[in-house]
Design a binder for this molecule. Structure first.
Ligand code: TYM
Length: 344
């Protein structure tokens, strides 16, 4: 395994949303189609990350398999020789490296993580250490495989930056053991975007569309009935300006719809904007978005139904055997560096 590594994952805590699809699944699948041959693609399920927020533990094992199916239904070819699909908890090096990295990570820098602050505010008293420590496990996920490219949505940028900080700090102390992943600006260049993608909530467009949000109307799930998805879009919160503008600061609701329309129809944002900006009928824009989303869901869900559990399990087990060796090798180098194993 010597090719540069592109790596990403989606927690299997809740059903993924259109935000997860557009921010992570689709870019990863596009990259496989464009770049496999020159790059290695690691698509893994961070199942240990999945219960940093509450989950139904009876469903976790199957939702992990379901998670891989979403990538497959989106077009990921799991038989491609450069592609690896695996579960985090099946490669014990992830947990072991996390502990070691914990000891080179500071409380101060971790306390600045916006996602921890937001999620712990929602959770109240029972905030787990796991939620606090989540970015260090994420750093281990990335550093074990020397990944340079990590396509994630905007909400994960801070976690990518802390991964870079931890890797650099460790390398400065012990030598070039880790590959430092590219900066977020370079990541954006790599996937041809100006900014990290942030699909907004349909009911409060100042916030991101989040799979863990309790308000069902705020999110479109990949398993939503297309008719229900249509209704959610038709009732999306907009504004009282009365004219469609692409303006995240003042009209985030309609701007989110314009963004969704461009992404769902694979058209340039500028092209969509030139068609809609200046119009006064918000309902027509909503109908166009609802049509695109429900057509997408019908096709996506019919592909999803055809994927069998056995097919996914076979792909997972083959990949896990292969990547375990890489992860164990990196862990061993780290163990040698910190004095847990003899240095040859
Ligand atoms: P998670 O499961 O919360 O989200 C998975 C991916 O979906 C993106 N995303 C969005 N993108 C655009 N708009 C939205 N509204 C939106 N909501 C979510 C996220 O940015 C993410 O890319 N910590 C990660 C999982 C993880 C990981 C990793 C990712 C664990 N280890 C190593 C990459 C590399 C997470 O919780 O993602």
């Amino acid at each position: 395994m010597t090719k540069p590594v592109i790596l990403t994952g989606i927690r299997s805590n809740e059903e993924p949303t259109l935000g997860n699809y557009l921010g992570s699944i689709l870019p990863m699948v596009d990259m496989q189609h464009r770049l496999a041959g020159d790059y290695q693609i690691n698509m893994f399920v961070p199942d240990l990350h999945s219960f940093t927020t509450p989950v139904d533990h009876d469903k976790l094992f199957l939702s992990t398999i379901q998670n891989v199916k979403y990538f497959m239904a989106a077009g990921l070819d799991v038989d491609d020789p450069d592609t690896y699909v695996y579960r985090q908890s099946y490669i014990s090096a992830h947990s072991e490296l996390t502990w070691i990295l914990d000891c080179f990570t500071y409380m101060g820098e971790m306390s600045r993580m916006t996602q921890f602050k937001e999620k712990s505010a929602d959770t109240g008293e029972s905030v787990s250490i796991g939620l606090f420590n989540y970015p260090v496990l994420m750093a281990a996920d990335i550093l074990l495989y020397h990944a340079t490219h990590v396509p994630v949505g905007h909400d994960q940028f801070q976690h990518l930056e802390i991964t870079r900080d931890i890797a650099t700090r460790f390398n400065n102390r012990f030598g070039e053991i880790f590959t430092v992943p590219d900066s977020t600006s370079k990541q954006m260049e790599f996937i041809n975007r100006d900014n990290g993608l942030r699909i907004r909530s349909l009911t409060d467009p100042t916030k991101k569309m989040s799979k863990s949000a309790t308000d069902e109307k705020s999110k479109i799930l990949l398993v939503d009935d297309p008719e229900i998805a249509r209704r959610k879009i038709m009732s999306a919160t907009t504004d009282s300006v009365g004219v469609i503008n692409y303006d995240w600061d003042n009209q985030p609701g309609v701007t989110n719809l314009l963004q969704l329309l461009a992404l769902m129809t694979h058209r340039d944002q500028a092209d969509i904007n030139s068609q809609w900006v200046g119009h006064t009928h918000y309902g027509e824009l909503k109908t166009a978005v609802a049509d695109a989303v429900s057509e997408f869901l019908i096709n996506f869900q019919s592909r999803l139904e055809e994927i069998r559990d056995e097919q996914v399990l076979a792909a997972l087990e083959t990949s896990e055997d292969a990547v375990r060796r890489v992860a164990d090798n990196t862990l061993y180098q780290v163990q040698q560096a910190v004095g847990l194993r003899p240095r040859e």
